[in-house]
Structures are given as C-alpha cells and as structure tokens.
Design a protein around this ligand. Structure first.
Ligand code: CDP
Length: 222
C-alpha cells in the first residue's frame, strides 16, 4: 500500500495549491481529481453534447483524454459549473473511480505516496488514506482568490458573479446523493480564510506530518 494524503474541500478553497505543495514536500505524486470532471465537461461540450443529458456525460467520461489535463480550457468558470453537473451522475463517477484508486495505489514515478485533491477522496475514493484534510474558507475570500486566478488566465469576471457561482456549486456538490462533498469523519479541518499560501501550507503540513512521517519511518529502507 502506498501513502495517501486526501485533500478535500470547497471550491477555490486552496486545496489544489496545498495538495501540490504537500506533494512537492514529500516527493509524492499529485492528482487533481477535479480536472477529471472538468475534462468530462469539456468533452461533452466539444462533442456538441449537453451536460444536462446523462448519456452525453457518460460517453465523455468513457472517452476521457487524460493527456489534456493541463489544458487551460478546463479552468474556466463555465467548465467548472458543467463539471459539477456531470459529476452528479453515478455512471460518470463510476467511470473515473478506478483510475483514481489506481493512481493512489501506484503513484506515478515509483513515488511512495500520492496526494489527491477533490471532494470525495477521503470519503469514497481512498477511505483508508494515511492523512485526510478538509480545506475551507469564507466564500468572499474564495471568490476573490478565484477572481485573481481567472484574471491570470486572461478571463475577466465580476467578483459578485463568481461568489454567487461558488456558493451555488458548493450547495450542489454538498447536496447530491452520490459522493457529496463532506469532510470524512477522520479528516482534519483547515480554514484558510485568514492565511496566505505560506501560512496555509505550514498549517496543512503541521496537520499531516506526524501521520506521514510515522508511516515513512516504518517503510523498509532500500
Ligand atoms: O477548483 P475548484 O475547487 O473550483 O473545482 P474542482 O476541484 O476543479 O472541481 C470541479 C467540480 O468537479 C466540483 O465542483 C465537483 O462538482 C466536481 N468534483 C467532484 O465531484 N469530485 C471530485 N473528487 C472533484 C471534483
């Protein structure tokens, strides 16, 4: 079994950035599971389908092109919204489940561990994860962060509009019957509202380090 750090949380809470920094710190592989749902949404759009049509979403999930995970086109707020729609279909989640579990079990590059960020990593994908974090921040703070992120991608949106969308998406992600966004019972909670990225990383590291180092120490040397 590999070491797994599950980083779940609300939209634009900083979970992706924290997951990347944790992966770099421990030299673990990183998977942004949200990118998978965003790729499904992009696939539906490019096929001329409709995300509100379950069979269009399932077809896109089964034809997923993972080589496009770095594509800037998946980062728009429109694709984020559609990702939330397609992610509520059980067969879409089923199509993506094994890939995520395989990533956790066999992290790329022969690394001893994986950091995966998303909504249901600690609850459904990796319930036995070594360490689990649930990241949140005040909606206004998250909207401002997302506004800056979109600006840097050349996408200009009104902040109140982003705020309304984040709240609506969180509500949809929390209330769906399958894999709702929620902290696992054994997740450690981190609110990053008043923390810049360095302080948030220090806090996240302090929470997971004892668990990760205990397992790393127990690994056979070689
Ligand atoms: O970056 P942001 O937090 O806005 O979103 P994301 O992590 O890229 O996820 C986009 C959408 O995919 C979310 O709103 C969820 O509906 C869905 N998602 C999910 O259902 N399960 C995951 N493990 C990750 C994302």
């Amino acid at each position: 079994m590999s070491i797994v750090i599950a980083v779940d949380g609300t939209a634009a809470s900083g979970k992706g950035t924290l997951a990347k920094l944790l992966a770099r710190h421990f030299a673990f592989a990183h998977l942004d599971s949200g990118a998978l749902y965003r790729l499904v949404a992009l696939g539906v759009r490019e096929a001329g389908g409709d995300a509100r049509n379950e069979s269009d979403a399932v077809a896109a999930a089964r034809a997923l092109d993972l080589t496009r995970a770095g594509d800037a086109a998946i980062r728009s707020d429109a694709i984020g919204r559609l990702a939330s729609v397609v992610s509520a279909y059980p067969p879409v989640r089923a199509a993506l489940l094994q890939f995520q579990r395989d990533f956790a079990a066999h992290p790329v590059g022969g690394s001893p561990g994986a950091v995966i960020d998303g909504r249901d990593i600690g609850t459904v994908i990796c319930p036995d994860a070594t360490a689990k974090l649930f990241i949140d921040a005040k909606p206004e703070v998250r909207a401002n962060r997302r506004w800056k992120e979109l600006q840097s991608l050349g996408i200009s949106r009104e902040e109140p509009h982003i705020l309304a969308e984040l709240i609506a998406r969180d509500q949809a992600d929390r209330s769906r019957p399958i894999s709702p966004m929620k902290p696992a019972a054994d997740a450690l909670l981190l609110d990053t509202s008043d923390l810049d990225i360095d302080a948030a990383f220090a806090a996240a590291l302090a929470l997971v380090k004892p668990k990760i180092e205990a397992v790393l120490r127990a690994l056979p040397r070689g």
